[in-house]
Design a protein around this ligand. Structure first.
Ligand SMILES: Cc1cc2nc3c(=O)[nH]c(=O)nc-3n(C[C@H](O)[C@H](O)[C@H](O)COP(=O)(O)OP(=O)(O)OC[C@H]3O[C@@H](n4cnc5c(N)ncnc54)[C@H](O)[C@@H]3O)c2cc1C
Ligand code: HEM
Length: 394
């Protein structure tokens, strides 16, 4: 993870931000709802072609952006608090995976500040208050812009130029219903285990929607392989748009828009590794196991996986094969319909392990709490979330 020095706020601005943080915090959901309403009203193409409209429909993304700014402001006014480096790194990798560029930051700024005035009122957002929060925004934006430039440059692409049209070289339908696709012909040299690509598809209504998929093959192999689990409809929740479109439409020989890989999970080994996943959260763990088998097979590896049922367990066979092929690896699996939920109390963890965690937000939060109560320092727990991160204020 990149460690970033942040510029400090001037004392006068820090005082104002400190005094108004509770007010902004109390109205954060209204501010961000108003912000997105304005921004997508002024720039409809951003919702159609860049932002994830499934996340927008659920409000998850709105909360993530707002919470991240409040978390960052909290750090600026109290530098004793832990530096939000992990938060910034996650956002920067997500942004680069979508091709976000510096030119777009003024659009977010303009609409966000108009929303703050609309919600809190011009009598509260005086010129001084606006100026102080402006500084917070631009310190955070400049930090992200610099990190994103660094990531583009490290990947060998010009800013925002992340999509490549690649040919689908292989498609395998896993018994769990998950679709494995391999695309070939990428012009970038390597990726790191646990990274993801964004895939862009044009849906039947003409919208171009982007989604992220973690790589499940070993770095250095030909092509990039990712696994897409179609999201079924469930009660009030409609079926996932992109995942089902991919399952129904993508065949060997087709061209698919796929980005350069990004993502900041640290490379596993040589310290003991614990991989904990639920459902389709298995994908980065398969990438890690493939890497370990190819590059560091003597690493101690403990794999823990939770799923609804054996039948729905994605990449089940490959997970078993990889664990069997690694001389110091073990596998424990929990199925909700037979053996119940994953319970860390039943597991002995190596004291010095690096823990990798991936699944839905509820699962990741619950396991993180269990790990903390077992005395595992947060710095040794590395999470990947498949939805926007909504626990940033924790
Ligand atoms: C870093 C990262 C790595 C990932 N890796 C993988 C991976 O390896 N494999 C994988 O399969 N996925 C992965 N994902 C998840 C993936 O990116 C998609 O989110 C997933 O495929 C669902 O996309 P979708 O378009 O099918 O669903 P969407 O259409 O985006 O829907 C998502 C959810 O929102 C709900 N929703 C949508 N609209 C509404 C509405 N109007 N009202 C209520 N609910 C609504 C849907 O019911 C569904 O539950 C990853 C995500 C991230 C961020
Ligand atoms: C200081 C300014 C900004 C902040 C603080 C910010 C913050 C965030 C956060 C916290 C996320 C969610 C990350 C995650 O947990 O997955 C995110 C995602 C995203 N951001 Fe930004 N962002 C900023 C600027 C921008 C700009 C300028 C754009 C481009 C117009 C942009 C486009 C996006 C998109 C498209 C996503 C993914 C949304 C999704 O898939 O649901 N952001 N941003």
């Amino acid at each position: 993870m990149t460690v970033i020095d942040t510029v400090e706020l001037e004392p006068a601005h820090a005082e104002i931000v400190k005094a108004t943080l509770p007010l902004v915090g109390a109205h954060i959901d209204e501010i961000t709802a108003e912000f997105y309403r304005r921004m997508f009203g002024n720039h409809p193409e951003l919702l159609r072609n860049l932002f994830n409209r499934g996340n927008q429909a659920q409000g998850a993304q709105q909360r993530a952006l707002a919470a991240s700014i409040a978390t960052f402001a909290t750090h600026l006014v109290d530098p004793e608090l832990p530096h939000p480096a992990q938060l910034l790194s996650r956002i920067a990798h997500k942004h680069t995976s979508l091709g976000v560029t510096a030119e777009q930051y003024p659009i977010v700024h303009e609409n966000l500040f108009a929303a703050i005035v609309a919600v809190l009122g011009a009598e509260t957002v005086t010129a001084e208050v606006a100026e102080a929060w402006d500084r917070v925004y631009w310190i955070m934006a400049d930090t992200l812009i610099n990190m994103e430039r660094g990531l583009y440059s490290a990947a060998g692409v010009s800013d925002g130029d992340v999509f490549r049209r690649l040919r689908v070289a292989d498609r395998v339908d896993d018994p769990s219903g998950t679709v494995l696709l391999t695309v070939a012909g990428a012009d970038w040299p390597h990726f790191v285990a646990g990274q993801y690509v964004s895939v862009g598809v044009t849906l039947p209504d003409g919208a171009r929607q982007l989604r992220q998929y973690s790589l499940v093959n070993a770095p250095g192999a030909d092509g990039l392989t990712f696994a897409v689990k179609p999201v079924d409809a469930d009660g009030d929740h409609p079926a996932g748009e992109v995942s089902n479109w991919i399952r129904a439409n993508v065949a060997v020989g087709d061209l698919l828009d796929v980005t350069v890989p990004f993502g900041d999970l640290p490379t596993p080994g040589p310290a003991p590794v614990v991989l904990i996943s639920a459902g389709i959260g298995i994908t980065p763990m398969i990438g890690m196991l493939e890497y370990l088998l190819a590059q560091a097979p003597d690493t101690d590896v403990q794999v823990l996986h939770a799923d609804r049922s054996a039948a729905g367990h994605p990449l089940r066979e490959r997970q078993r094969e990889l664990v069997d092929a690694l001389p110091s690896a073990t596998l424990d699996v929990w199925y909700e319909d037979t053996t119940g939920l994953l319970n860390l109390d039943e597991v002995t963890l190596p004291a010095d392990a690096e823990v990798y965690l991936c699944g839905g937000n509820g699962f990741v939060q619950a396991v993180r709490r269990q790990l903390t109560s077992r005395g595992i320092p947060a710095a040794r727990v590395h999470c990947e979330l498949f939805g926007p991160n909504d626990w940033l204020l924790d």
